[in-house]
Design a protein around this ligand. Structure first.
Ligand SMILES: [Zn+2]
Ligand SMILES: [Zn+2]
Length: 364
């Protein structure tokens, strides 16, 4: 048992409460205790606090983290005390039909994980005599306990802030391009939304050899950074019609990626594809977002509209590759990272809601 600082979601639709007396129990069988180095603040945390995935409070949010293993429970293999780990926000069972197809993000055995409890139906977190639920990797805390399947060892000296982002935004954006859509050299790409996920997708498209990479956002600062990181063109959606601009530049793109999860931009993504093009939806959409499907354009143009969840990732395959790109400088995260402290977490949520933030990362 140890006590630490953490930001607790006491109830939905309310600010988090930063406490200094979260009690973190020792890891149980098949679990790992991690001392967090850094945690990103992701739009999905904001959505969870708004009730999108039915979390039970009080809960310890945060799902984009990296740190060092401090203890392992009975039966844990493949990860050891002292290992640097990136934390996945799914805990794949390894044996269901989706895991068997190398689709761990779609694992069908996530019941206790989604309920915010460990496999034995209990929590490792408590505070003031009450139980605090887990939420994915629960990274808004100096210490966390996760199922061992979430803690993936990485061999690198990259800073925690970058490794934390590998846990969600980078994998989601890069994986959408590399795994879900499989962008080929010379293909044309448009990315709607140049936040952490979109900026990762833009860079992955460049690495994949895309011929033209169009960044679309309503924030000029994000667009100029997108150009620095590999976008060949930028469209300011606050000043011009994004679909018309993309059609004029390319006649329609082979791949459109939508990283916002909003009805209007999903419809734009589909509308800006060329015949035989593909619209890949990456953004976590609220349930009330129900875009219209232009059925005739889809049929006659043989267009594909597809989802991408956590970049269709396989950690053991994808994370060494992503880390190699970070180390070589092919993939650059530093310009989008805004370092904050745990005490800034509510302001970070507000800045995500207003769309002004880069990728805010809590450094512990
Ligand atoms: Zn996330
Ligand atoms: Zn599974």
């Amino acid at each position: 048992m140890r006590t630490c600082r953490a930001a607790i979601a006491e109830s939905l639709h309310a600010p988090l409460t930063v406490v200094d007396d979260l009690e973190v129990a020792d890891p149980g069988p098949g679990e790992v205790l991690v001392r967090l180095g850094a945690s990103g603040v992701c739009r999905s945390d904001v959505h969870s606090l708004a009730g999108i995935d039915g979390i039970t409070t009080p809960s310890l949010l945060g799902h984009e983290g990296a740190g060092e293993v401090a203890a392992i429970g009975a039966g844990v293999e493949g990860v050891a005390v002292g290992d640097r780990v990136v934390l996945a926000w799914v805990a794949p069972c390894g044996s269901c039909r989706m895991c068997a197809r190398d689709l761990p993000a779609l694992c069908e055995d996530q019941e206790s994980f989604l309920q915010g409890l460990m496999a034995d139906g209990t929590s490792r977190f408590s505070q003031g005599g009450r139980t605090i639920r887990h939420y994915c990797s629960s990274t808004f805390s100096e210490w966390s306990v996760v199922p061992a399947a979430c803690a993936v060892p990485v061999v690198t000296e990259l800073p925690w802030e970058q490794l934390a982002l590998v846990g969600c935004a980078v994998t989601t954006g890069v994986g959408a391009v590399m795994n879900s859509a499989r962008v080929q050299p010379g293909e044309t790409v448009a990315v709607i939304g140049a936040g952490g996920v979109g900026m990762s997708a833009i860079q992955a498209a460049r690495i994949a050899g895309a011929g033209r990479v169009i960044a679309i956002d309503a924030n000029p600062a994000k667009l100029s950074l997108a150009r620095e990181l590999g976008a060949t063109d930028a469209v300011d959606a606050s000043a011009e019609d994004a679909v018309a601009a993309v059609l004029e530049l390319t006649g329609g793109v082979d791949h459109a990626f939508e990283a916002l999860g909003a009805t209007a931009t999903i419809e734009q993504a589909i509308a800006m594809t060329a015949p035989a093009g593909r619209a890949t939806l990456i953004g976590m959409a609220m349930p009330d977002q129900r875009p219209g499907l232009p059925a005739l354009d889809v049929v006659v143009g043989e267009r594909v509209v597809a989802g991408s969840w956590y970049g269709s990732f396989v950690p053991s395959r994808d994370w060494p590759r992503i880390i190699a790109w970070l180390e070589s400088g092919d993939l650059v995260l530093e310009p989008m990272i805004e370092r904050i402290t745990l005490d800034d977490v509510n302001r970070a949520f507000d800045r995500i809601r207003s769309g002004e933030a880069g990728r805010q990362v809590i450094v512990f």
